[in-house]
Design a protein around this ligand. Structure first.
Ligand code: DSN
Length: 418
């Protein structure tokens, strides 16, 4: 029986969400709109299967098809990122990170990662996250003046801390990351280097951001942000552990950490959808898409600058724009709500060395992956940035009414085909 007839409440809530997604514009830097092919794979009968283990080494029968699907996903992931090994089973980016820590560290080992306030993630050692509770995390930030990563300063901290692992990669850093420089630092202190490329994965595969390989030992990612796949995680790594001569099989360490280390049965339907997304990301049209994502972010940044809204780090090299809205309001939460009222979906975010709390910080984070999927080019992005600026600077009823109409027009013109 179809959902519509069997569970009217959930069916109608899904219809409501489709309508919301169609009528609003997602400027959330970590969101995107997947293809119908990805949705189809994820909504398939593969959800019925249990397949603990890995291809050809399963604990349950009936996994011939699942083995083929997972092997294909692994092959595509390796080709896409130029990685020696891939594990496509992590249910999320957080679990991908957790698995890497389990594979490479012992409890209380020292790790160096970017501070949450400067664009890091909870799983980069926040005291409320398992990473911060089990391991001894130290942090580096961005330069107070330029708001850019200061590699000399990071090196100083690394030399002092002598971590076993250095984590690079962020969730709210609008600039390019120099993985080579991180590797030089890691080598100076004898540390592993892990890049969390959850945000920039799509830009990496399209050549719009430097590839973390060959510099990093391990790379973690999500598959649903700029990569435009299903919600999920991914780990890529070198085959050999260059720091552990006694037990040098890095690929095996990673696989064992994912299963049975932190997860049970993989989500086979999601793995199939990841494989579909990897195939899509290999196509020339995806390269064009990723290029446009960056162009759109730059076009919007220029408008915000003209409108006198401060950009953290003064610009963007990727899909993220981080606005400092403290000059216009005591509450970025209110700005987030004002924007939502007119159909622009964003998230409030801390800015480097924010004096306000993460619950109501000084920044608004914007990203262009989703609107670019809808077909936005620079022209529409310029208009959108002007509309956002109007709401930030003058959130009157009249402004909001006017902007809401404009957003509805844009959302209708750049349709979502669900
Ligand atoms: N929630 C993600 C983001 O918005 O960047 C990180 O996990």
């Amino acid at each position: 029986m179809k959902l519509k007839n069997q569970d009217k409440k959930i069916y109608s809530l899904i219809q409501k969400e489709i309508k919301r997604q169609k009528e609003t514009l997602s400027l959330i830097a970590s969101e995107n709109y997947v293809s119908e092919a990805v949705l189809e794979a994820q909504g398939s009968c593969l959800t019925n299967k249990y397949s603990e283990g890995y291809p050809k080494k399963r604990y349950y029968a009936g996994n011939e098809v699942i083995d083929n699907i997972e092997s294909l996903a692994i092959k595509r992931a390796k080709e896409l990122f130029g990685a020696e090994h891939a594990n496509v089973q992590p249910h999320s980016g957080s679990q991908a990170n957790e698995a890497v820590y389990l594979a490479l560290l012992n409890p209380k080992d020292k790790v160096l990662g970017i501070d949450l306030f400067c664009g890091g993630h909870l799983t980069h050692g926040s005291s409320v996250n398992i990473s911060g509770k089990f391991y001894k995390f130290y942090t580096y930030g961005v330069d107070k003046k330029t708001e850019l990563l200061n590699y000399k300063e990071i090196e100083k901290i690394a030399l002092k801390v002598k971590p076993k692992l250095i984590v690079c990669g962020t969730t709210a850093y609008p600039r390019a990351i120099d993985f080579k420089k991180f590797r030089v630092i890691a080598d100076k202190v004898g540390a592993y280097l892990m890049a969390d490329i959850a945000h920039i994965a799509g830009l990496v595969v399209a050549g719009e951001h430097e590839n973390p390989f060959p510099h990093c030992d391990v790379v973690t990612s999500t598959t649903h942000k700029t990569l435009r796949g299903p919600r999920g995680g991914l780990i890529l790594c070198k085959k050999t552990d260059r720091l552990d001569k006694k037990n040098p099989d890095l690929a095996k360490k990673i696989d064992t950490a994912v299963f049975p280390g932190i997860q049970g049965g993989p989500l086979d339907h999601v793995i199939a959808a990841k494989a579909v997304a990897f195939l899509e990301a290999k196509k020339p049209v995806f390269k064009k898409y990723a290029k446009q994502v960056v162009k759109n972010a730059k076009a919007m940044s220029e408008i915000f600058q003209k409108e006198g809204i401060r950009l953290v780090s003064g610009g963007t090299d990727n899909h993220i724009i981080l606005l400092d809205v403290s000059e216009f309001s005591d509450s970025s939460k209110k700005i987030q709500n004002d924007l939502e009222e007119v159909g622009i979906i964003t998230n409030r975010n801390t800015i480097p060395y924010d004096k306000r709390s993460p619950f109501d910080p000084s920044g608004i984070r914007l990203g262009t992956p989703a609107i670019t999927t809808r077909g936005f080019k620079e022209k529409e992005c310029v208009l959108l940035a002007k509309l956002i600026s109007e709401v930030i600077k003058n959130p009157s009823k009249a402004t909001k009414q006017k902007v809401k109409k404009e957003i509805k027009k844009l959302a209708c013109k750049f349709k979502l085909n669900y």
